[in-house]
Design a protein. Structure first.
Length: 103
């Protein structure tokens, strides 16, 4: 596996964008690049993007096809589904206290 420094990995992420593109350049797996990012503490460029996610959910709610949304944002349709699913999850309701009396 090639030896990539933290600085190089940050620059490659800015230039190439994705772990997959970096992996292809070095002929390694995307997972290997992901593990290097985790080791160096470098977040994904897609991590926690609330504005983008809100736009994706709004487009989905308008009935725009998932494939079209994916193309617009440069993401896979699976990523779009995951974003929508996370946005639509409602907090769990608390159980009501039991009103059973002891006899």
């Amino acid at each position: 596996m090639p030896r990539i420094t933290k600085r190089e990995l940050i620059e490659l992420q800015k230039k190439l964008g994705t772990d997959g593109a970096i992996a292809k350049k070095f002929k390694i797996t995307r997972q290997a690049v992901h593990q290097m990012r985790q080791h160096y503490g470098i977040p994904s460029r897609f991590v926690k993007n609330p504005e983008r996610n809100a736009k994706i959910v709004a487009l989905h709610d308008k009935g725009i096809a998932t494939a079209e949304i994916a193309g617009k944002f440069g993401l896979s349709y699976i990523s779009i589904y995951q974003i929508i699913k996370k946005a639509k999850v409602k907090p769990a309701k608390r159980a009501k206290p039991s009103s059973i009396r002891k006899a």
